[in-house]
Design a protein around this ligand. Structure first.
Ligand code: PRP
Length: 217
């Protein structure tokens, strides 16, 4: 049996992914035991699992270091790596939004030249340039993006909104929705040809679990 390697997004997404994979028959006891280890194996199933930062998951998959990856659709859009997107896993649901103070809504209506801060410069550029045809100045930040409009670095931000709590606590609001997001399974294009049976079997088992939960799109 050929080995399969799965790249998981460290954190909450990895936990949810492992719950789903376990139900689908791809468990990993080793992973429950350690908190600093990065790579794990299910010998019986011949599956390796490793944990990485979200933006690196599509990179591992494109280069074939992982056959399969599970990552948010925000990262898939932002990184724009070559891979097949095979499943919407139905968790990690949130929205990519343009947010800011209420007054900034006006600037969006009138297509003004505004400053946009984001961890997702490619998504922000695509949205403003190609969808809204608005020329903007995009400033890349690495986190706590909500600070941008508060300290007047930017007029608005393009960021993930899940509960809306961070926005509320910082006096900001959703001004426009860019798209809905959720966790996706991606597959290396060569692995799909070379390990078809193994990958198909895994996808079928995961799909069956999603179907049971009524989460299959
Ligand atoms: C994300 C995102 C928002 C927040 C949204 O940040 O960038 O800041 O979560 O969630 P909410 O709508 O439920 O409040 P994350 O916690 O990943 O940290 P970061 O800001 O450092 O990127």
């Amino acid at each position: 049996m050929q080995d399969l390697t799965i790249a998981l997004t460290k954190g909450r997404l990895a936990d949810k992914t492992m719950e789903l994979l376990t139900r689908a028959g791809y468990s990993c006891d080793e992973m429950k035991e350690s908190s600093r280890k990065l790579i794990f194996r299910n010998e019986e199933k011949k599956v390796n699992f490793f944990l990485s930062k979200g933006p690196d998951v599509p990179t591992y998959v494109e280069y074939g270091a992982a056959d399969i990856g599970v990552v948010g659709s925000d990262i898939i859009m932002e990184e724009n790596r070559r891979a097949y997107e095979v499943l919407d896993l139905g968790f990690g649901k949130c929205r990519m939004c343009v947010c800011g103070p209420k007054e900034a809504g006006e600037l969006l209506q009138h297509h003004e030249m505004i400053r946009v801060a984001s961890k997702y410069p490619n998504i922000a550029r695509e949205y403003f340039y190609n969808r809204k045809h608005q020329t903007v100045d995009i400033i890349k930040l690495n986190g706590s993006v909500e600070l941008g409009p508060i300290v007047k670095l930017a007029d608005v931000i393009v960021d993930i909104v899940e509960t809306g709590g961070t926005l509320r606590e910082n006096g900001l609001e959703v001004l426009e929705t860019v798209c809905d997001l959720s966790a996706r399974m991606i597959v290396n294009q060569v692995s799909m040809q070379m390990k078809t049976e193994r990958i198909r079997e895994l996808i079928t088992a995961v799909r069956a679990e999603l179907e049971k939960e009524g989460k299959l799109k």
